[in-house]
Ligand binder design. Structure first.
Ligand SMILES: CC(C)(COP(=O)(O)OP(=O)(O)OC[C@H]1O[C@@H](n2cnc3c(N)ncnc32)[C@H](O)[C@@H]1OP(=O)(O)O)[C@@H](O)C(=O)NCCC(=O)NCCS
Length: 180
């Protein structure tokens, strides 16, 4: 059962350029919290610098193919979701979902995913897919509860590591038919 003392209002909205530092900070801290133990220190530092440099996030945010949503608690950004936008009927990718480690299991991830799903349905997505690290039982359960199913293994190289992931997918139905 949830603890009412921990209930806080969560606001989900599209990210703005002013959010890039918060997104970079949460990405670094949440990734380290979840996956840091898999890396050597130098390899982790290189990965974080390559992926979460503020300039890199700013560039990524400005691309029309990327949709970033953020979750705010008490006026501060504490989690983000990055979607890869696709044409109507095609598959959107749930590419990144990171919550501030201090606010895990308070509903931020679920609210971001529900808002993301609403955006995907508005955009006519045929399905949504993602890859999740095989050892990330928390996230696999989280996505399974949201209706995602495992469709196969995927392998990625990160620094010195070859890592096995699961590909997961959620189908939304047939592609919309063309209007007469
Ligand atoms: C996976 C992740 C995104 C989930 O986000 P989250 O904000 O913790 O998710 P939620 O709080 O919405 O839901 C998680 C659980 O908390 C429960 N919960 C939600 N609100 C709650 C509340 N107010 N009080 C208590 N529990 C609550 C949910 O029922 C859910 O239960 P479950 O673990 O039994 O499925 C998050 O753990 C995370 O950022 N992990 C590190 C990065 C990562 O692994 N990202 C995914 C890479 S693919």
């Amino acid at each position: 059962m949830s603890d009412p003392a921990k209930e806080q209002t969560i606001l989900v909205r599209e990210a703005r350029p002013a959010d890039v530092e918060a997104i970079a900070d949460i990405g670094r801290r949440s990734f380290t919290w979840a996956f840091g133990h898999l890396y050597q220190e130098a390899g982790l530092a290189r990965y974080l610098e390559a992926t979460y440099a503020v300039g890199k996030i700013a560039g990524s945010l400005s691309k029309p193919a990327n949709l970033y949503l953020v979750a705010e608690v008490e006026g501060a950004v504490r989690g983000f979701l990055k979607l890869k936008v696709a044409q109507p009927g095609a598959a959107w990718q749930v590419q990144k979902l990171y919550i501030d480690p201090d606010l895990i299991q308070r509903g931020l991830g679920g609210q971001l995913m529900r808002a993301g799903e609403a955006r995907m349905l508005e955009g006519g997505a045929g399905s949504a897919w993602l890859v999740v690290y095989t050892g990330n039982a928390r996230a696999i359960r989280f996505y399974t509860d949201l209706g995602y199913e495992v469709t196969g293994p995927v392998f990625h190289d990160f620094e010195e590591l070859r890592v096995e992931f699961k590909r997961m997918e959620r189908r939304y139905g047939p592609a919309p038919t063309a209007r007469p």
